[in-house]
Design a protein. Structure first.
Length: 372
């Protein structure tokens, strides 16, 4: 092959790779506005009839109909610490919701000392538009002041246990490595708040028994892999170093000792470096940060080419990030919907196979469907 021919072949390959990575060969999505007028929407869960149970961070929960009608605030929601990043966070339906009508929700619980991430369960009486039998089932064991890094995502595992993500409250980052603290951890509990007997530290005299994994910063995305049943999460880095992780039972995920992030003001490196033998490495790192929030695996029929892909919202750039996977590896990234919204807080797959996004900055619910 001549030098000129090699150059032309290389150019064609490079252009082809660029087209695929920027989405020119992917399904072109269209965005529809389902509802508008929400106040800092944070999470949504689909009810059996296709309506959406939506949380607003200031402390309200509402039902939004499939055609976008926003219901009145649901009565019975506990008081929340609605300061800074605090407030009402994730909502998840019981795996047996059709029978028990139970919902689970995470929130920043106000205390005398400050606030802590807590989880409650309640029966949703839809006709009366209220929560009854509200019961706190979990709370962090520390309640520092301030309004940063609460975590607050929920994910039910196939065995019915519940994963809860817990932030390290920003100024208390060293707590993420402390075995007796629930700051900067992911915990696994039973639906009644008790500790599963097979938790990695269930019999430990050092670690809190609820802990599933530790060394996390601020996990605001959590989803169960549809094929393996394993938990996937993502978390915010400080300045660079956002991560996608597969949290391992009983393992250290590094923060703040091992991280790709840097200090905000000085730009100096944090901790000891980016890798260590005893620390689980992330499967994806973003430098610069995209400020990820919300997370969903796609299994629907509307976008056949996207089946098995992982979708992540961005609070910084307002884009929807599509991650193509090969097993546990991210092999391609595509950024979608640039300019459509400002801050994507949550990502969910709807019962119709569309992707639903919470536009936190615009107070909207968006529906992503195939274009023409």
């Amino acid at each position: 092959m001549t030098h000129g021919l090699r150059q032309r072949v290389a150019t064609v390959v490079a252009v082809g790779c660029w087209l695929f990575s920027t989405g020119a060969w992917a399904t072109d999505p269209k965005v529809e506005v389902v509802a508008r007028g929400l106040d800092v929407p944070w999470s949504l869960a689909f009810l059996p009839d296709g309506a959406m149970l939506v949380t607003e961070r200031p402390g309200r929960m509402r039902v939004v109909s499939p055609d976008g009608r926003i219901g009145a605030p649901i009565a019975g929601v506990p008081r929340v610490h609605a300061q800074g990043q605090g407030g009402l966070f994730d909502v998840a339906l019981s795996p047996n919701f059709a029978e028990d009508r139970t919902v689970f929700f995470a929130f920043a619980e106000p205390t005398r000392g400050g606030a802590r991430t807590a989880v409650a369960r309640a029966v949703f009486e839809r006709e009366a538009n209220r929560l009854t039998k509200v019961q706190g089932i979990f709370a962090q064991n520390e309640d520092p002041p301030g309004g940063g890094h609460f975590g607050g995502r929920l994910a039910f595992a196939p065995d019915g246990t519940l994963f809860v993500t817990l932030g390290e409250r920003y100024a208390y980052r060293d707590k993420a490595q402390e075995p007796g603290s629930l700051l900067g951890k992911i915990v696994r509990i039973n639906p009644d708040g008790s500790v599963p007997a097979n938790n990695p530290f269930a019999d430990s005299a050092v670690f809190r028994p609820e802990i599933w994994s530790y060394g996390h910063r601020n996990v605001q995305g959590a989803a169960i892999h549809p094929r393996t049943g394993r938990l996937w999460t993502h978390e915010h880095g400080p300045q660079g170093g956002d991560e996608v992780n597969i949290p391992r039972a009983g393992r250290n995920h590094g923060w703040p000792v091992i991280t790709y992030g840097r200090e905000y003001v000085t730009g100096f490196a944090i901790g000891e470096g980016t890798t260590r033998e005893d620390v689980v490495a992330p499967v994806q790192v973003w430098i610069p940060s995209i400020a990820p929030s919300g997370m969903a695996f796609y299994t629907g029929e509307l976008f056949p080419r996207w089946q098995g892909n992982l979708f992540v919202g961005s609070l910084k750039f307002g884009v929807l990030v599509r991650l193509e996977l090969d097993g546990d590896k991210v092999v391609r990234e595509e950024r979608l919907l640039e300019g459509v919204t400002r801050r994507i807080r949550d990502v969910r797959q709807g019962p119709d196979g569309a992707l639903y996004l919470l536009d936190e900055g615009g107070g909207r619910i968006l529906r992503v469907v195939p274009g023409q």
